[in-house]
Write a protein that binds this ligand. Structure first.
Ligand SMILES: Nc1ncnc2c1ncn2[C@@H]1O[C@H](COP(=O)(O)OP(=O)(O)OP(=O)(O)O)[C@@H](O)[C@H]1O
Ligand SMILES: [Mg+2]
Length: 209
């Protein structure tokens, strides 16, 4: 039995992560590969509770937030992601470690060493095989999220914050070119879907067969 592949979608608010995660899963299924879609924070009862907690009342101290995310991630890896990969199922996560690196690290200033230590205890050695970073000018993402009608506390941040987030994700794409593929998300949904599928085919499908 071949181990499943682990794919993550990353990027700022409203760039299309959830839309594309769903579409990619449908394509993978059409190739007779079993796949699950999950999200962070969330993916388990503990994770969903943490998600509710963080989105409702933002913790005062960014360390609180980082540790809550880490706790949710440990649970997510152990009870959902690892077992699925072990049984050959592919896993798509809507946000994962790069969101923590960008929000808690680059945006809120927590040390990268602290963040990577937590990754070692929660994720290693099962880092994503492929990360699709959806890139969109900051204003466009907020507009999309607004038109969808749900605006989280993150969506309501200032435009400079969204610019900083975008820059943070771009830096990760540059720093880790083997794992990350940058996708232009400023295109119609179906064009983005095609670009995502090309990346998955090139990076993962060839070796999965
Ligand atoms: N390529 C696209 N072009 C235009 N609209 C899009 C595109 N992709 C997604 N949308 C729309 O933009 C909104 C945000 O998309 P989606 O919820 O997938 O983004 P997200 O990255 O998951 O957002 P969030 O960070 O808030 O979870 C939705 O209303 C969706 O239908
Ligand atoms: Mg989403």
């Amino acid at each position: 039995m071949k181990r499943g592949k682990f794919i993550t979608f990353e990027g700022g608010e409203g760039v299309g992560k959830s839309t594309q995660a769903k579409r990619l899963a449908e394509r993978i299924k059409r190739n007779d590969i079993s796949v699950i879609v999950t999200r962070e924070p969330g993916g388990t009862p503990v994770g969903e509770d943490v998600r509710g907690l963080i989105l409702k009342d933002r913790p005062k101290d960014p360390v609180t937030e980082l540790l809550l995310f880490a706790a949710a991630r440990a649970e997510h890896m152990t009870s959902v992601i690892r077992p699925a990969l072990d049984e050959g199922t592919w896993v798509i996560s809507d946000r994962f470690i790069d969101s923590t690196r960008v929000y808690q690290g680059k945006l809120y200033g927590l040390e990268p060493e602290f963040i990577s230590l937590l990754e070692r205890y929660t994720v290693a050695p099962d880092f994503p095989d492929l990360t699709l970073i959806l890139d969109l000018p900051a204003g466009a993402g907020v507009e999309r999220a607004q038109s969808r009608g749900t605006l989280s506390r993150y969506d309501a941040e200032r435009i400079e914050t969204h610019e900083a987030l975008r820059k943070g994700f771009l830096e990760i794409a540059t720093d880790e070119p083997k794992r990350c593929v940058l996708i232009d998300a400023n295109l119609p949904v179906s064009s983005v879907e095609t670009a995502v599928w090309q990346a998955v085919t090139a990076h993962l499908l060839a070796e999965a067969r």
